[in-house]
Design a protein around this ligand. Structure first.
Ligand code: FAD
Ligand code: PYC
Length: 415
């Protein structure tokens, strides 16, 4: 439904009365064709594409908390596709192309803003690595190129490119089509679109056990009772290993906290995204003016979604080194999310040895950018019970064959 400016204005004055919920809350049915565990962006996108592309509408998304309350609502929203290896680059580029039409596709403004992303280099080795990645990107048709310190300064006047800093800026890669999006809108847009196609979105429904008979998934035990299905997709980010354990599986993932923080809103000073692996920090400015800043992962493993002062301190020092003019800006809040990291910093999109049980996880510190692409290829993998061509390299088998795809460099800052 489209609203005129005046209708919206009058509704605003009325105090948002009589607005319809974007999707109806559902209670579980006894049986579904497919159940998706995890109501983050990836789970909701998977359900949406199952219904839209494969006509599988008898689908439930089970979320233990609220929609988007996991990493989807906790991330710093950087979207890019400048990964080193062809397998990963093609997967993230597939996603970036879906981002470019997502607002229209969902009929929901996900505020995708292609304001470009800089990846800074501070040493000769950094520059060699970045140049190698840019060459690989160009060979894969991805829009990345090298920029000099002077070009960076021309685009970002507040950055310090002098040679006197602890980490002088020697150059950067730049991807113009990269950018940021509004994370909550992505979750809400996919939820609304999936629900309108018949998907049941069930919040406050934690999966506590899996029913498996003769190597085939039969259903789930949840805090809202037993629900049957012979196809289950697990998309639970930081809690994937907890779900895998319910099926007697062990995933090669480690769960770590990753922290970020935002400042008070200030006038527009930064119209792009700057990331630096060397100093372990990255920054962008949200449309309402907050500086959105993130750190490297906490080195310890854990499930606590809270921040810690030492990590924020370390990151703020790095950012002030790059942008000395920000030293007086006040920080408003900090938080953490739990990211699931594979040994090669690449995701798992895979069937498992349990028939009908699929995992989509291990996106680590970089899965927000993959949300539509991941949902699309995972939906295909579940619908056809066969890996989508882009998902083949991300099968669990790679940890047995050794065909790992090392993306630690491109995963970057947060590692
Ligand atoms: P989630 O949104 O975490 O969804 C998983 C859901 O599963 C959760 O809502 C959880 O409650 C639910 N769940 C778990 N267990 C159960 C259960 N037993 N039963 C039912 N439900 C369950 N990526 C980028 O690309 N760019 C970035 O700039 C970026 N910045 C980040 C910054 C921070 C601070 C963090 C923490 C992450 C960042 N990421 C970034 C990574 C990104 O957020 C994740 O890779 C991505 O959001 C994962 O999406 P998801 O839908 O799989 O996970
Ligand atoms: O994957 O681009 C990324 C990212 C930036 C910060 C955290 N993840």
């Amino acid at each position: 439904m489209k609203y005129s400016f005046w209708t919206l204005f009058k509704e605003g004055l009325k105090g948002h009365k009589n607005w319809q919920p974007a999707w109806q809350s559902s209670t579980p049915k006894s049986n579904y064709d497919v159940i998706i565990i995890g109501g983050g962006g990836h789970g909701l996108a998977t359900a949406y594409y199952l219904a839209k592309n494969y006509g599988i509408q008898n689908v439930a998304v089970l979320e233990k908390g609220y929609i988007g309350g996991g990493n989807t609502g906790r991330n710093t929203t950087i979207v890019r596709s400048n990964y080193l290896w062809t397998e990963a680059a093609l997967l993230y580029e597939h996603s970036l192309k879906l981002w470019e039409g997502l607002t229209e596709d969902l009929n929901y403004n996900v505020m995708f803003s292609q304001r470009g992303v800089y990846n800074l280099g501070h040493s000769l080795q950094d520059i060699r690595d970045i140049e190698r990645r840019v060459s690989a990107n160009q060979a894969n048709g991805i829009d990345a190129y090298m920029v000099s310190p002077e070009e960076i300064k021309a685009a970002i006047p507040i950055i310090d490119i002098s040679s006197k800093t602890r980490y002088p800026i020697l150059g950067a890669s730049y991807q113009p089509r990269a950018g940021v999006a509004r994370h909550d809108a992505v979750a809400w847009g996919f939820a609304r679109a999936a629900a309108s196609l018949g998907v049941d979105i069930i919040e406050n429904c934690e999966v506590t056990a899996m029913d498996i008979e003769n190597g085939q998934i039969k259903g789930l035990q949840t805090t809202q009772g037993e629900i049957k299905s012979d196809r289950v997709g697990c998309v639970a980010a930081g809690h994937s290993s907890v779900l895998a354990k319910m099926a007697g599986l062990r995933l090669p993932v480690e769960s770590h906290p990753l922290q970020a923080f935002v400042s008070e809103p200030i006038k527009p000073i930064l119209n792009t995204v700057v990331m630096s692996n060397g100093v372990h920090g990255y920054i962008s400015q949200s449309d309402k003016g907050d500086l959105v800043i993130g750190a490297g992962i906490d080195q310890y493993q854990g499930y606590g979604q809270r921040g810690s002062i030492h990590s924020v301190n370390h990151c703020a020092q790095a950012i002030i080194e790059l942008f000395p003019g920000l030293s007086r800006v006040k920080m408003n809040r900090q938080w953490g999310g739990i990211v699931d990291i594979c040994p090669d910093a690449c995701p798992i999109i895979s069937q498992t040895q349990v028939q009908g049980l699929y995992f989509n996880c291990g996106w680590g510190t970089g899965g927000f950018k993959a949300t539509p692409g991941s949902g699309d290829v995972f939906a295909s993998t579940i619908a056809k019970d066969s890996p989508h061509p882009l998902a083949v390299p991300f099968n669990l088998d790679r940890f047995i064959t050794g065909a790992l795809i090392d993306e630690h460099g491109a995963a970057g800052v947060a590692h």
